[in-house]
Design a protein around this ligand. Structure first.
Ligand code: 6PG
Length: 258
């Protein structure tokens, strides 16, 4: 069990998480998880800069990323990140206007992007507010293919995909029992959630699994069962297995222990 650079890893309890693929980094609190993920992202960015001179990351929404975003935008990280080299994408988006509080773009814009010196032209939000979500998803798929290098299996290769985990084991907007789970020939598609806003856009498994590094941020005891279901291979998040990249789970003690 190893920890991300700069963190003091706790030994995850020997439990039903042992079959979770990838590396597990368990930190005491959600704040500590945000610290660990920020350190991990900065390391992935440095690797990307030296490899190809830029860094691409797909952000997730929901509530968990708020702490991380505020940390990355805060004084502790000022000057430690070269925002001029970042290209920001999204793992998924809700079907609502970009200024709607439910929007994942709105979360990223208000807690991070508006507070750092990133070129707005390098921020690629998912236009999930459009009425024709299939067309919007197809255009986003083309954007990914046109702006990123192809991975080993032909899918556009992001440097980092940052994911959350829903209590039903969904990730991005890849929800149990939905058509999005079966899409293998496109890099973004429409999604269907089981909570408002129902209509979504989401990266597909091939796009996520083409990434150089995938990191899950999962905090709170309420997520423990979703983690064990993921470890058992029973839920959509179980299918996140980078084909030519690394996978890391950043958990707090509550999510890890249940
Ligand atoms: C979304 C997210 C979704 C999220 C999980 C966890 O649009 O809702 O992208 O996949 O990561 O639902 O959400 P919380 O962080 O709020 O628990």
């Amino acid at each position: 069990m190893t920890g991300a650079p700069g963190t003091t890893p706790e030994v995850a309890s020997i439990s039903s998480l042992d079959d979770l693929a990838g590396e597990r980094v368990v930190s005491e609190t959600a704040e500590d998880v945000a610290d660990a993920v920020a350190t991990w992202i900065a390391a992935q960015a440095r690797r990307a800069y030296s490899d190809h001179g830029s860094f691409s990351i797909a952000l997730s929404g929901g509530s968990t990323p708020r702490l991380l975003n505020e940390k990355l935008a805060g004084p502790e990280w000022q000057g430690r990140i070269d925002w001029s080299r970042w290209n920001v994408y999204f793992a998924d988006e809700r079907a609502c206007p970009p200024d709607d509080p439910a929007s994942n773009y709105h979360l990223a814009e208000t807690t991070l992007l508006s507070r750092v010196s990133i070129d707005p032209g390098r921020v690629h939000r998912m236009p999930a507010e459009r009425t024709d979500l299939d067309a919007a998803a197809a255009q986003y798929s083309d954007l990914l293919a046109g702006s990123l290098p192809a991975g080993r299996d032909g899918a556009p290769r992001l440097d980092v995909v940052l994911l959350g985990l829903g209590e039903n084991g969904h990730t991005a907007s890849l929800f149990p029992g939905t058509a999005a789970l079966q899409v293998t020939d496109r890099w973004a598609t429409r999604g269907l959630a089981d909570y408002e806003p129902f209509d979504r856009m989401t990266l597909t498994f091939p796009a996520i699994n083409a990434a150089a590094a995938v990191g899950f941020m999962v905090t709170g005891a309420a997520k423990h069962e979703a983690l064990t279901a993921t470890a058992r291979g029973e839920v959509p998040a179980s299918r996140v297995r980078p084909t030519d990249g690394t996978l890391a789970w950043f958990l707090d003690a509550a999510a890890a222990a249940g």
